[in-house]
Design a protein around this ligand. Structure first.
Ligand SMILES: [Mn+2]
Length: 442
């Protein structure tokens, strides 16, 4: 079947059932996909219950299988667990996933772009698959912004969207649901006052401005851009077109980052942090990682980002603490081009991947380095979460999943971002297997 036929079949699956359980990955892309599907079911007069899973593991699947009696839709997960899912879930099963498939589905309907020659890391994410299915069940154009938030959160936009993502962007643009604008690599354009926005946009890698709002204010002065207006600090959105252009060009000129110029996607129909695809993704991920994916789902369905303000603050604190722990360097080892962080119980498992990303994206390790973090799950399963990230060319998914399989764990993911769950007793053996697989020595 080609991809369109698979999507048609998925839409027929949704139409055929009135009471569905959605089992979704608890990250921003999964949350966006679930929001699109649950809104679609609601409009079609169906019941859809969303259950989130942070960590797809054997015990977690077994627990869900015991509760979910009727038809089940796996969202943003499942491709790495086909055999287990088909063994545990006996009701009709639909899997909407964009991760590399391991094995073949026999009974379940598997919708995965990789099966059809599409790139599940660039062309379409789970949110995009959900939107394609939704648009075949009913009118879903108003949900296009949610699909774009999911795709961006899964890092599918690298300079530009492509494939299905690009078609959704164009369709949303034509409907006035998204506006694109090139500018400096600033983060927090919807929620931060100007000086703080500039000082916190570490990706620009301008040392004089990093964490230095006073220097940012002097820069604004020099460009003739008032930082205040009527006693209130101005935001990027308050700037005139000329001011914004002057600021963008100055920052891009001074930034050594090879992609200092990026495309900002603004979603005019949404409020606050949800108006910017990157900020929206960060907010949803923060909720997911702090164990509040249901709240993130509500944020999307109600269009109200302020519901998650406390969670976002707590997340920022937790991430700072994890980074500070890493900098102490107590259990950080380097082997060849790998940095292995043995975080144990000192970093929450849900933040392991983010910590790796912060180190890779913040250029705290060089580009060829792969950062691997092992952190214990606190869910009583005696398992350890493994996260791996790189900006280099190593293909991490097969590396991590082979090392995990060698010690009785399971892993998967993408070339630049992969993960696994292993028995905690096997941490040392896992690291050995990983280093052997990567052909590096301690
Ligand atoms: Mn995804």
């Amino acid at each position: 079947m080609d991809f369109a036929e698979l999507l048609d079949a998925a839409a027929a699956f949704i139409r055929a059932h009135d009471d569905l359980t959605l089992i979704s990955h608890a990250d921003a892309d999964g949350i966006c996909a679930s929001a699109i599907l649950s809104r679609t079911c609601e409009r079609a007069g169906k019941r859809a219950q969303v259950r989130f899973l942070d960590q797809p593991s054997a015990p977690a699947f077994a627990a869900l299988a015991a509760q979910a009696q009727g038809p089940v839709v796996f969202v943003d997960m499942g491709s790495s667990h086909l055999a287990r899912i088909e063994e545990l879930f006996t009701a009709p099963t639909l899997i909407l996933d964009h991760h590399q498939a391991q094995g073949e589905a026999r009974r379940a309907l598997l919708v995965n772009p990789f099966l059809c020659g599409l790139d599940g890391t660039r062309d379409i994410s789970a949110a995009g698959i959900a939107w394609e299915v939704a648009s075949r069940v009913g009118d879903a154009d108003d949900l296009l912004p949610v699909a774009l938030i999911g795709a961006q959160a899964d890092n599918q936009e690298r300079g530009a969207f492509q494939g299905s993502n690009k078609r959704m962007l164009e369709r949303a643009g034509a409907a006035g649901l998204v506006a694109t604008r090139e500018g400096a690599r600033l983060y927090g354009t919807q929620s931060r006052p100007l000086a703080r926005l500039i000082a916190h946009s570490y990706d620009l890698e301008i040392p004089e401005l990093r964490k230095n709002p006073a220097a940012a204010r002097r820069l604004l002065d020099r460009l003739g851009i008032p930082a205040f207006e009527g006693g209130r600090e101005r935001m990027l959105a308050d700037l005139t077109a000329r001011e914004r252009l002057a600021l963008d060009e100055e920052l891009i000129r001074r930034s050594p980052h090879p992609q200092a110029r990026i495309v900002h996607y603004t979603l005019p129909g949404l409020a606050g942090a949800l108006r910017d695809t990157r900020e929206a993704g960060t907010l949803l991920n923060a909720c997911g990682r702090l164990g509040r994916p249901e709240l993130a789902l509500r944020v999307l369905l109600e269009g109200n980002p302020t519901l998650a303000r406390d969670v976002q603050e707590a997340y920022t604190h937790a991430l700072h603490a994890a980074h500070a722990w890493y900098l102490r360097g107590e259990r950080v080892t380097r082997a060849g081009d790998l940095v292995v962080i043995d975080a144990g119980d000192d970093v929450p498992a849900a933040l392991a991947g983010t910590l790796c990303s912060v180190l890779v994206r913040g250029r705290e390790v060089d580009e060829a380095t792969t950062v691997v973090c092992l952190a214990r799950n606190a869910d009583g399963t005696s398992t350890t979460k493994v996260s791996a990230r790189t900006a280099g060319t190593r293909d991490l998914a097969p590396l991590v999943s082979a090392a995990a399989a060698a010690v009785g764990g399971e892993g998967g993911g993408h070339a630049v971002a992969a993960g696994a769950v292993i028995p905690s007793a096997q941490e040392a053996a896992f690291v050995d297997a990983l280093l052997r697989g990567a052909a590096v020595r301690r």
